[in-house]
Design a binder for this molecule. Structure first.
Ligand code: FMN
Ligand code: COI
Length: 331
């Protein structure tokens, strides 16, 4: 691992309350998927093409994936993350500890709002209005969470509530409850996606799709794009690594909408592999949390800087182009 990312992770582990470290680091069940998300990148290799000049210089194809409760990591919370993002799309969690309007105000680049549809449609509606009024540029509906994942570390640590003074700020004052309300997980259907799309002019993405048939349905229901994601190994511990789920989704979608690969991305090489396998960009979760815990805004900034620098270096080594024929199994 890049020594800067390793240093930030070590520092985060050292400064965080161990219960909060476990919340950030942990996964569901035996944490098989958590480990496999990273291991999957090690099972693939890139065959660079040569003598192609410098090729294209790509944009930095990285988004900050939504993660909850940034004030558990650093007192500045999501404000620090937003300031550090600098043009990188920040997908702000519905479970942020700073209200979405303040996140957008602190950001220098685009902010998208991650949404868990709520059983009371008035709550969902109010959250969508809140995101629109704040100036968010897209909605990302997380669809891999009909129920909460069972995180053994949190259960063992009896971590159920935020410390006093912290709250999911977007959940206040919704549909007649002064709040903050609890975020509820519930099962929804494609009709709910249609209803959401009809209720807003914002582009609607889905996050947490693994089955190619669902990706095809998502395209049919007019989504703007899809996060191929297993929620960083936090929902179901029998699913494939996100990278292993990607090729079938790429094939099924056939370029009709952009695909974000999220889960286990830790280096510029990982970014390049995901792109070569057909992702339009990648999302990163935990590395941002480690940077934030270690050094607030500056720490997140360093994480993004390292990934950007490594990605550009790998791309230069590959003649500026990444395509599917360049990916082979690492025997
Ligand atoms: C501590 C933590 C909190 C998360 N909170 C959310 C969330 O509120 N909404 C959501 O859609 N995904 C959430 N995720 C999942 C991330 O968006 C993302 O899918 C995952 O972290 C990517 O994997 P990575 O951490 O290996 O990069 C969370 C992940 C972590 C680690
Ligand atoms: C508030 C939670 C539901 C956040 C989440 O999605 C997670 O911890 O993985």
């Amino acid at each position: 691992m890049n020594p800067v990312l390793a240093e930030l992770h070590d520092k985060a582990r050292a400064v965080l309350d161990p219960v909060h470290y476990d919340f950030f680091a942990g996964g569901v069940g035996d944490e098989i998927v958590l480990a496999d998300n990273e291991a999957a990148f090690r099972r693939h290799a890139l065959l660079p093409r040569v003598l192609r000049g410098k090729g294209n210089s790509a944009e930095f194809p990285v988004l900050i994936s939504p993660t909850a409760f940034h004030k558990l990591a650093h007192p500045d919370g999501e404000l620090a993350t937003a300031r550090a993002a600098e043009g990188t799309v920040l997908v702000s969690s519905m479970a942020s500890t700073v209200p979405i309007a303040d996140v957008v105000a602190a950001a220098t680049g685009p902010v998208w709002f991650q949404l868990y549809l709520q059983p009371d449609p008035r709550v969902t509606e109010a959250l969508v209005r809140r995101a629109e009024q704040a100036g968010c540029e897209a909605l990302v509906v997380t669809v891999d969470s009909p129920v909460f994942g069972r995180h053994r570390r949190d259960i063992a640590n009896e971590f159920h509530d935020l410390p006093s003074g912290l709250a999911a700020e977007n959940m206040r004052d919704l549909a007649g409850v002064a709040g903050p309300r609890d975020i509820e997980m519930a099962a929804f259907s494609w009709q709910d996606v249609d209803r959401l799309r009809a209720s807003t002019s914002l582009p609607v993405w889905l996050k947490g799709v693994l089955h190619p048939a669902d990706a095809v349905l998502a395209v049919g229901h007019g989504v703007a794009g899809i996060f191929v994601s297993n929620h960083g190994g936090r929902q179901l511990d029998v699913v494939p690594a996100a990278l292993d789920a990607l090729p079938a989704v790429v094939k099924a979608v056939g370029g009709r909408v952009p695909l974000v690969l999220d889960g286990g991305v830790r280096s510029g090489g990982d970014i390049a592999l995901a792109l070569a396998m057909g992702a339009s960009s990648v999302g990163i979760g935990r590395p941002v949390l480690w940077g934030l815990a270690a050094d607030g805004e500056a720490g997140v900034h360093r994480v993004l800087g390292v990934l950007r620098d490594e990605f550009e270096h790998v791309l230069a080594m590959c003649g500026g182009e990444l395509s599917h024929d360049m990916v082979v199994a690492r025997c």
